[in-house]
Design a protein around this ligand. Structure first.
Ligand SMILES: [Zn+2]
Length: 467
């Protein structure tokens, strides 16, 4: 096979040699025994190892023989603060308002900047070791720059913003103009840090923003050439609130006020009616689905979700894993498996096949967050690569056919076979170990911060957890 895109002018930093490459490029989906040349942060060429060594002399090499190489996975809704320090703490048998007001709110009120930075690093290494190379943090309350620093510490690619809402009476609430000014400042400050962590406009959403704030956030994203996200309709509460306040359902209201569009990715959208689905499709507004969270929190996704229909009608959908107390595991392949299963079980025709949800985890998910240079292994794309170790039992025997291989990746539960991870051309996980973070130090510090945070928030897990 000839090398694709090889050029003697480009000096690659890295050759990833001899893996079976699942490119997610529809033109050539599977390239067995193929090497990837990386120059800087970008994929420069694909081809036989010998040819690439000749074209790119002096490159360091990562031996990928015996691995399946997939593009880095995209997690389009991943909270990186608070919950990581108290992961899986919130009981799974309590109503949603109790989870928010008795647990999440006191915790959020008592975290400090050091907690947030550490939480972000914990999340980043948790993600990376599961093959997730891009996370969209949908907003952090108080310390976005510390979050960005925590994510950079682990070498992950991320989008970060500060949270804002303008509902009077809530903690941290401010007037729409003030919230937008803070968002503008946060995007600029995060971007100033450089590297693969960049700033986004991030509102809480739900029914916690007025028209000026919703509309202003979309306009601000356009002005700053970035994207915007907020939460909407994970359960039936948001539709009820919008119907009470505006007489129409949430997405219809956003459409009327001009707050939809290609730069917006709405988290959840579990409870959508047909008119709302039409508005999302017409305006090219994207959705992020977090099936693990919906099941953990009992949001009714089995009854209400319409993700397969949205995808098959050309909707822009990405996957998310929400938080460490809502789905708990930042495992995008796990989310892909759950979504495919939920749609299949609902009897949606056609269902979402493994190859469909693998696209949501990579190429399509990347496009939905406005990053079409991610999620595909092809020259010119960002070099975010995940090497899956096929010597592990989950791969015995390995399916050689592309469709069966997609099913094995999605249904076979192979995210714990991630061996090496490359983000923006940099090896950040090698032989299953994060290279930039000392896990022993992280573990000790996280245990101490967890105990201190619970004490400050006045929470006693032994008292709260159901028998
Ligand atoms: Zn969320």
């Amino acid at each position: 096979m000839p090398a694709v895109g090889a050029s003697r002018e480009v000096v690659p930093a890295l050759l990833v040699t001899g893996g079976d490459v699942v490119t997610m490029d529809p033109a050539q989906p599977l390239l067995p025994g193929t090497s990837v040349a990386v120059s800087g942060s970008t994929i420069a060429a694909l081809g036989p190892a010998a040819q690439l060594r000749e074209s790119f002399p002096g490159a360091t090499e990562l031996d990928a023989s015996g691995t399946v190489v997939i593009p880095g996975l995209v997690d389009a809704h991943q909270h990186t603060t608070v919950d990581p320090l108290v992961r899986s703490l919130i009981p799974d048998d309590i109503p949603s308002p109790e989870a928010i007001y008795a647990w999440a709110v006191p915790l959020h009120q008592h975290v400090d900047g050091d907690d947030d930075e550490l939480s972000a690093t914990v999340t980043a290494v948790d993600c990376l070791t599961r093959g997730v190379t891009t996370v969209l943090d949908p907003g952090t309350v108080a310390h976005p720059l510390r979050v960005a620093a925590g994510l950079r510490n682990a070498g992950i690619r991320a989008r970060v913003g500060g949270w804002g809402w303008d509902t009077p009476g809530l903690p941290f609430a401010a007037a729409a103009g003030e919230v937008l000014a803070a968002q503008r400042e946060s995007v600029a400050a995060v971007n100033a840090g450089g590297g693969p962590v960049t700033g986004w406009v991030t509102l809480v959403g739900h029914d916690l923003a007025g028209d000026e704030l919703f509309r202003g956030a979309v306009k601000l994203a356009e002005e700053l050439n970035t994207q915007v996200t907020w939460h909407l309709s994970p359960g039936p509460d948001d539709p009820a609130a919008f119907l009470r306040r505006h007489g129409v359902r949430p997405v219809e209201h956003l459409d009327r006020i001009g707050a939809l569009g290609e730069r917006l990715i709405i988290a959840h959208g579990v409870w959508l009616e047909s008119g709302e689905l039409e508005a999302l499709l017409r305006t090219r507004t994207a959705l992020a689905a977090c099936p693990g969270a919906y099941l953990r929190l009992g949001q009714g996704v089995g009854r209400a979700g319409r993700y397969a229909e949205f995808v098959h009608r050309g909707g822009r959908l990405a996957l998310g894993c929400d938080s460490h107390n809502a789905g708990d595991a930042p495992d995008v392949l796990g989310a892909a498996r759950l979504l495919a299963g939920l749609e299949r079980d609902r009897g949606t025709e056609p269902p979402l096949r493994a190859s469909d949800v693998l696209a949501l985890a990579t190429r399509a998910g990347a496009e939905a967050i406005g990053a079409p240079d991610l999620g595909v292994i092809a020259p010119g794309h960002q070099a975010d690569l995940v090497l899956l170790d096929t010597s592990r039992p989950a791969w015995i025997p390995r399916a050689p056919e592309p469709d069966a291989l997609a099913r094995q990746i999605v249904w076979g539960g192979v995210s714990d076979t991630v061996r090496d991870v490359v983000v923006a051309g940099r090896v950040v996980v090698r032989d299953r170990r994060p290279l930039l973070v000392d896990l022993a130090v992280l573990r000790e510090e996280a245990a101490g911060r967890r105990a201190a945070l619970l004490a400050r928030a006045g929470l006693n897990p032994r008292r709260k957890v159901a028998p």
